[in-house]
Design a protein around this ligand. Structure first.
Ligand code: ME8
Length: 546
């Protein structure tokens, strides 16, 4: 058998040595319904967490809600309820959505949680005391809906907001500042010394060039609204959103509390801490967050994984354009796996991905119904037809069989490395190259022709059996490799392949082509993904029947 190169082996070994992992999504603004864009991040982090757990890594997956700020205060007022009642409702709805998407998060932090409020107040006071936060006043162009000041160079035409395009207003207020300037060089050094701090590389370059242009101190409090965490020593100020929001990653794991076992395990001594963020909030995570940690004397023990946006054909999804897609609309009509697969498969690492219904239906039919679905049902039906469902070891294999075995080995190692690097698109492409090869292998070996030679022992007990064995192994390996993404299909495949509760044969860490399996497959496989008629589906969607 072909041997895997040393470099790949080293990478795999390193991944398999991981003991602990902490994965976080951004905390989402509790100002409205969670859409398919936020769902992408949450699903991708779920795949990442499931992958690590499947490898035996003790993984903590955190998500949550960002619940303070003027926008939420205003939305609550418009709804005629208190901000707390407003965010309680959104948090419940979001939790329910994540449960429906089978998100396997371990923690759900809300910035209105008591332990979070306490930590933010303590950290703010600590930074006040060490002089990194100071009181001053700020005058600048402020965008009300985005709750952000912009410098002259950032503003759009006629002083409009560079993010939402609406007019900004000149606002002056007393506020606290975080001294970013002081840390400029230290941060640049840190980024230089930790080349994999920000992935992908292009995003790292963006950050470095931003810092090199010079940082302005950051306004970190507000007096113009009430719905926030009061500054302990000067409660007319509330802590402005980023200091509040970023600390969720530590309050959730009980940093600075009496019971800080989780902080020790998932931060201080953790092998892999990954904050997954969209490109829109890179700067906050790559600049403000490490500076806050430096100021608080907490180790910067995390990496940033940056992803692009899910775009619609007519640009970014927005309520005003009316092009929003909500995840349950997809799940209710096409199943959870179809949504999970499409989102992680369509998002190239570092760039934007596209959501379009015609592409969604095309991928569903091609990848899921035709490639994966057909391979599964064809293989299981043939094993039943030719060998009464029993799969067993074979001797004497030929070159094509060997080629399949080598491909299985390559795909396993390649997919593990890709998953560990958050490159789901590439991992899935590799897995699908195996599925396609196996479908072609059926056409090449033509089992139905071999089966006709009933009295030929060589054909029936070796050749045909070897084809069935190799197809079975492709399916078994595939069912294990797709498990982090296609949570339902993988389980069904385990059942159909006789693998339920068989921890040894579904163990990702020791996954390889096995030469001696004796098992029985299910008699009647179900249709994993029912083929869709694109014309019918697209018509239904355009009529708004979905
Ligand atoms: O920024 N495509 O919250 P937010 C892909 N509260 N991902 C998308 C997306 C799209 N079209 N739209 C949103 C905040 N996202 C802050 C974060 S963290 C300490 C505070 C994802 O509700 C993406 O990950 O605006 C983005 O970073 C996040 O949702 C923003 O969510």
């Amino acid at each position: 058998m072909k041997t895997i190169d040393i470099d790949t082996l080293k990478k795999i070994e390193k991944i398999k040595k991981l003991k602990t992992c902490y994965v976080t999504t951004p905390i989402y603004y509790a100002s409205g319904k969670v859409h398919i864009g936020n769902s992408y991040t949450t699903i991708a982090c779920d795949c990442f967490s499931r992958f690590h757990r499947n490898l035996g890594v003790d993984t903590y997956y955190l998500t949550g809600m960002d619940e303070h700020g003027l926008k939420i205060e205003t939305a609550a007022k418009n709804a005629g309820i208190t901000p707390q009642a407003f965010v309680d409702k959104i948090a419940e709805e979001t939790k329910e959505l994540w449960a429906n998407l089978k998100i396997s998060n371990d923690g759900f932090i809300r910035t209105s949680d008591e332990k979070h409020v306490k930590l933010v107040q303590e950290c703010f006071e600590k930074m006040l005391k060490n002089g990194d936060i100071y009181l001053g006043s700020y005058e600048g162009n402020y965008c009300m809906p985005c709750e952000a000041y912009f410098t002259k160079t950032q503003l759009g035409e006629n002083d409009t907001c560079p993010d939402c395009g609406r007019p900004t207003q000149i606002v002056k207020e007393e506020c606290y500042f975080l001294n970013l300037k002081k840390y400029e060089n230290k941060l640049l050094d840190f980024i230089k010394d930790n080349p994999d701090f920000i992935a992908p590389e292009s995003r790292k370059n963006e950050v470095v060039s931003f810092i090199e242009h010079g940082l302005e101190d950051l306004c970190v409090s507000r007096t113009s609204f009430k719905w926030g965490i009061p500054v302990l020593s000067n409660p007319k100020h509330v802590v402005y959103v980023w200091i509040d929001a970023l600390l969720n990653y530590l309050s959730a794991i009980d940093y600075n509390s009496d019971k800080d076992a989780q902080y020790k395990k998932y931060w201080l001594n953790c092998d892999k801490v990954v904050h997954v963020v969209g490109k829109d909030i890179l700067r906050f995570h790559a600049i403000y967050w490490p500076i806050m940690l430096m100021s608080l004397n907490i180790p910067i023990n995390f990496k940033l994984q940056v992803h692009g946006w899910i775009q619609m054909k007519d640009g970014k999804m927005s309520k005003s354009k009316g092009n929003m897609v909500y995840p349950m609309e997809v799940v209710n009509n096409y199943g959870l796996d179809a949504l999970r697969y499409y989102l992680v498969k369509e998002m190239p690492i570092g760039n934007d991905g596209l959501f379009s219904w015609d592409r969604f239906i095309d991928r569903y039919n091609t990848d899921l119904a035709n490639d994966l679905g057909n391979l599964t049902s064809r293989t299981i039906s043939m094993i039943n037809k030719y060998y009464g469902g029993v799969i067993k070891k074979v001797e004497g294999i030929n070159d094509v069989d060997k080629e399949i075995e080598e491909l299985v080995e390559d795909v396993i190692s390649g997919a593990i490395i890709d998953y560990a690097n958050f490159s789901f698109q590439s991992a899935l492409s590799k897995i699908w190259s195996l599925i396609s090869r196996a479908n072609k292998y059926i056409d090449e070996t033509m089992p139905w022709v071999l089966a006709k030679e009933k009295d030929n022992d060589e054909v029936i007990n070796h050749k045909l059996q070897s084809v069935m064995y190799h197809l079975y192994e492709v399916l078994r390996v595939t069912s294990v490799l797709i498990n982090p993404v296609l949570v339902d299909a993988s389980k069904i495949m385990y059942e159909e392949l006789g693998l339920i509760d068989n921890e040894e044969l579904t163990d990702l860490k020791n996954l390889k082509f096995l030469e001696d399996i004796n098992l029985k497959v299910i008699e009647k496989p179900v249709v994993l993904f029912k083929r869709l008629d694109p014309a019918v589906e697209l018509k239904k969607i355009s009529e708004g029947n979905k």
